[in-house]
Structures are given as C-alpha cells and as structure tokens.
Design a protein around this ligand. Sequence first.
Ligand SMILES: [Zn+2]
Length: 259
Amino acid sequence: MPGFSTDAILLRKIEYGDHDFIISFLTKSQGKISVIAKNAKKSIKRFSGSLDLFSVNHIQCTFPKKKKDALTILAHAELENGFANIRYDVFKTAYASYWIELIHLWLEENRVQTDVYDLLLFSLDALHIGTISKEVLSLIFQIRFMSISGFSPNIENCDTCKTPVDLIDQKNIWFDFNEGRIICQNCIQKRSKYGMTVSKGTLKQLFWINNSDINRADRIKFSSLAITEGARLLESFIPFHIGREFKSLKFLNRIRQEK
Ligand SMILES: [Zn+2]
C-alpha cells in the first residue's frame, strides 16, 4: 500500500468516535499532517507508548484507498522519546504545550519545514534534559520560530533611520506590534496603541540568541530583566501577530502567578 514513514512529534490528539483518534504530527519529511489512528485505544501492538502530546515517534502511514478527501491512516507508531521529565513537571509541560500550540496554529499542512522540526526537537530535548533553563529556552524557541516562519520582527535597528540598537541614545526603545519593529525616539511620529518599550540589553540578547549557533545556547547568561522582558515581549507580540489567544499561555501565566 502506498504511504510513507518518518519521525514525527505529536502536536494534538482528538478522540474520534469510540475507538479512533485524529492526530496532528509535525513530521520531519512531510511537514504538519493530520492522520487517523484507527482502533488506537485498543491496539497497543501497533502504537507503542500511548501517543502522548509532544512525544517523538517513528510513524508509518498509508494513504486511503478510495475516497479522495479521506484522512491518511496511521498504520504504525513506535515511541522514540516520551520526554518523561517534561511530563512530570507542570511548568515544563506548560512551555512545551505553548510551543506545540504555536506550531499547530501557524504552520500549513503538508508543507515540509525541516528547520521547524529540528528547532522543536532541540527545544523539547533541552527542556527534558534541563541543559538550558525553561525560560531562556522558550525565548530561543519563539524568536527562532518567528525567523524561520518568515515573520521575524526587526529588533536590530530603528526601522526608519536604521540606527543600530547599540547606537540609539535611549535606554528603552519602543517596539511596535503592528509593524513588528523597533523605532527610536527621533523617528516616532505617533505611538500606536499596540506595542511596548523594551530595554536595549534585552533586544541585544534576543538578537544574539536568534543569530548565534543554537548548540552553544547553553552558554548564554541572561539577566533576569532580559528573561522577564523578553517573555513579555514575545508572548504578547506572537498572539497579536497571529491574531489568536493561546490556551497554553493562559495556563502558563496562571501557574506563574500561583508560584
Ligand atoms: Zn530612528
């Protein structure tokens, strides 16, 4: 039967009827896909592990025989990494849930994006092992995801006069949400309703983690101001840009407050 096999990270799982699941995966070779896992609740043999959120699996899929619009069938799934350390930590779970919700909302189906797959795998792996703090990791994930997906904000220089951040004579610089760019005091005509001021240091650190070697990310020392400000900036700008609220972010903010 024609089909394909690939590594895949589970983004979403919805019950379908009494026995089946409809599952969204981010795959290495096919991009984001939706498949139907028939009899998944019973068949432990075909689906090792329990097809949990953000687990990595090697999957085999077959194309449906007759109907054109029928879903691709998940024939077999073998668990490669369940990231147990994420699952047992409520904060890590909240961060991972945010990343997969972002990918699920933003990516088109069936468009291969290996660099997004690699970024998500790197981030989940580092979150699981704990080599980089979850707060910093989430900044790395968000800023790099935006770059790869083509809606990278300009945080490098004033978008109007092109003065680099370093040379802008202000401590805090306005970031405009509508335009997705920073703009210096001299160039601001009228401040839009949507945006926030961010310190120069935070902008420089965000720029750095977006452009340096990701495998050296564990050496970055972030100030606590940059972590707080960076999170506030990206977690506000991304939902604004996508035009959606994130359930996972609401949850993350609730548990932050309870802490
Ligand atoms: Zn300017």
